[in-house]
Design a protein around this ligand. Structure first.
Ligand SMILES: [Zn+2]
Length: 250
């Protein structure tokens, strides 16, 4: 969501206002920008580098550039959110994006060149006066900017998991609940010692007798520190933007 407004619009116009998946017309308010190489990889430098290399992409390949962006309907994209394209599909879509990237850049330049505040205020005023745009449209527009503002502070959710099997014989004299509590507390203490910012549980931990899974949200996360994470057999299972896991974030 944190792509600039004119970039979103330029992309849409460059693709003739058509959804990449269903080919139907997209109204601006229904537009979702699909990142072909998913954006969450920006949070995982090692995996990110690996995919760039495996897919034979330029090492400076910019996930936020037009060559990685496609317009889709809200509903067409949403179903694909969790899906990472395989190499063939990714390269197919990147080719499409690449072929329209130049056009999108030109449209963006044209928009920027035509911006002069008086002219635009006049246009917006006339558009409202003549019911060409409604107050609701304007409100949606303002909401867009509010959420872009929020995106900059969006927390990162990290899922940690440990398989008790590997630790079993170290805690022979403790009940299993005591072992769970101990391990979880140890994780929290360890994270407190390596991470500067605040973090909190987004849901209670999951315990099934074999595995403990803990989901924590970090307000500001230093990825270099997270990459050095090493504690018993705890593993980092998943790193994501908060909104990719919990839909209540908007
Ligand atoms: Zn569609």
């Amino acid at each position: 969501m944190n792509l600039s407004y004119q970039k979103r619009f330029s992309l849409l116009e460059a693709h003739n206002f058509r959804c990449i998946y269903c080919k139907e017309y997209i109204r601006f308010k229904d537009l979702e920008i699909d990142h072909i190489i998913p954006k969450y990889l920006l949070l995982k430098p090692i995996e990110h580098q690996k995919i760039i290399k495996d897919y034979g992409l330029d090492e400076n390949f910019d996930i936020e550039d037009y060559i990685n962006l496609l317009p889709a309907h809200d509903w067409c994209n949403r179903t694909k959110k969790r899906l990472v394209f395989d190499k063939g599909a990714a390269l197919y879509y990147i080719n499409i994006a690449r072929s329209t990237a130049q056009k999108a850049r030109e449209i963006e330049r044209r928009i920027l060149n035509s911006l002069s505040s008086d002219k635009w205020l006049l246009k917006i005023g006339s558009a409202i006066e003549n019911n060409i745009i409604s107050k609701e449209d304007l409100n949606n527009l303002m909401k867009h900017f509010d959420s872009t503002e929020k995106d900059r502070y969006e927390p990162i959710v990290v899922s940690f998991s440990i398989n008790l099997y590997h630790n079993e014989n170290q805690f022979e004299d403790l009940s299993s609940v005591q072992v769970y509590d101990f391990l979880e507390k140890e994780l929290m203490n360890y994270l407190n010692s390596i991470i500067d910012g605040k973090f909190y549980y987004t849901e209670s931990s999951y315990r099934n007798g074999e595995v403990i899974s803990v989901r924590l949200a970090f307000a500001q996360l230093d990825f270099e520190k997270l990459e050095k994470f090493s504690l018993r057999n705890w593993e980092i299972m998943e790193v994501n933007y908060y909104s990719e896991i919990y839909s209540d974030y908007s």
